[in-house]
Design a protein around this ligand. Structure first.
Ligand SMILES: NC(=O)C1=CN([C@@H]2O[C@H](COP(=O)(O)OP(=O)(O)OC[C@H]3O[C@@H](n4cnc5c(N)ncnc54)[C@H](O)[C@@H]3O)[C@@H](O)[C@H]2O)C=CC1
Ligand SMILES: O=C([O-])CC(=O)C(=O)O
Length: 325
């Protein structure tokens, strides 16, 4: 058996956190031979509910759960953390865009970035889920100057999985037989889900769906799926969000499958004309515990316009939180 790794989860008593704790303790994120210590952070008024989560974790008697810490102190939660899932933040309600959360949620991520900087493993892998996720990841990274900015990522894997599901339903091919989906940009309604490189059962996706469906139905449906779930459920996606967070970390830690990509929001480095300064979703390949942006893909005029629009939105979000950077 391997020695345990430390997984910090913020907002652990919330909707997404409640799902994450049990799936991670079951081994879904890091594999069936990797024990975990869960280090759970909540705000002080939610510590009672968090204690209840910890009691249920005990009751589930997971073989891989090597310990549980509950706290309202970020430096306790992030102490020597190998993984940090930053989920704790307010969700949006009907009629809101995710960026409307920025003034309230943005201020959470500076202190958490500072705490990570002070006490986390120097190799900590950070995934920001709390919205607006890309800009919150930028804030956390800016507050952690001693950690490599490449350790800070934000979640667009849920958008990626949603895109796989929509294309699978349209083509009648199981989503597990689709490769090379891409989500470019922001986890927001300006994201650009791109099927130009996707392969459905080994064949090019664009040849299997008509262009009108792609532009008029697929793209807006993927962009608006979060809002559609809020309308249907009266609360934002939680189990699917937790599942995609687990997918994101699993790919990063254990590698992507041969011949496939995942979408991850990572620090822009000039790739595809997106200048540094924002956390932007790209197609990525992961191996040996690291990620790389897939290079050399063609950008046509239709794509350029959408990729730039999402970049522009991220730079507006950045300008709105300049005082936190
Ligand atoms: N990136 C993505 O794809 C997705 C992002 N989200 C976002 O994830 C966030 C969490 O969503 P839910 O779990 O549904 O919300 P929730 O309201 O059920 O849970 C959030 C939890 O975070 C806690 N919290 C608030 N401030 C905190 C702080 N400073 N430190 C630690 N904990 C704190 C709250 O007490 C609460 O228990 C929201 O911002 C939501 O919009 C949701 C779905 C997908
Ligand atoms: O839509 C929301 O507010 C929650 C979220 O980020 C998603 O489901 O993609």
């Amino acid at each position: 058996m391997k020695s345990p790794v430390r997984v910090a989860i913020t907002g652990a008593a919330g909707q997404i956190g409640y799902q994450l704790c049990f799936r991670i303790a079951a081994g879904d994120m890091l594999g069936p031979d990797q024990p975990v210590i869960l280090q759970l952070l909540e705000i002080t008024p939610a510590l009672g509910a968090l204690e209840g989560v910890a009691m249920e974790l005990q009751d589930a008697a997971f073989p891989l759960l090597a310990g549980t810490v509950t706290t309202d102190d970020a430096e306790v939660a992030f102490n020597e953390a190998d993984y940090a899932l930053l989920v704790g933040a307010k969700p949006r309600g009907p009629g809101m865009e995710r960026k409307d959360l920025i003034s309230e949620n943005g201020k959470i991520f500076g202190p958490q970035g500072r705490a990570l900087n002070a006490v986390a493993s120097r190799d900590v892998k950070v995934l920001v889920v709390g919205n607006p996720a890309n800009t919150n990841a930028l804030i956390a990274s800016a507050a952690a100057p001693d950690l490599d900015p490449r350790n800070f990522t934000a979640m667009t894997r849920l958008d990626h999985n949603r895109a796989l599901a929509q294309l699978a339903m349209k083509t009648g091919v199981h989503h597990d037989r689709i490769r090379k989906m891409v989500i470019w940009g922001n986890h927001s309604s300006t994201q650009y889900p791109d099927i130009r490189f996707a392969e459905v059962d080994g064949k090019p996706a664009p040849e299997q769906v008509d262009d009108d469906w792609y532009r008029e139905t697929f793209i807006p449906d993927v962009q608006q799926r979060g809002a559609a779930i809020i309308k249907a459920r009266g609360a934002s996606s939680a189990a699917s969000a937790a599942s995609s967070a687990i997918d994101h970390i699993r790919s990063w830690a254990l590698g992507t499958r041969e011949g496939d990509w995942v979408s991850m929001a990572v620090p822009a480095d000039g790739s595809y004309g997106i200048e540094p300064g924002v956390i932007y979703s790209y197609p990525c390949v992961c191996r040996d515990g690291g990620w790389e942006i897939v290079q050399g893909l063609d950008v046509d005029a239709f794509s350029r316009e959408r990729m730039d629009a999402s970049d522009a939105e991220l730079r507006e979000e950045r300008a709105a939180v300049e005082d936190l950077l």
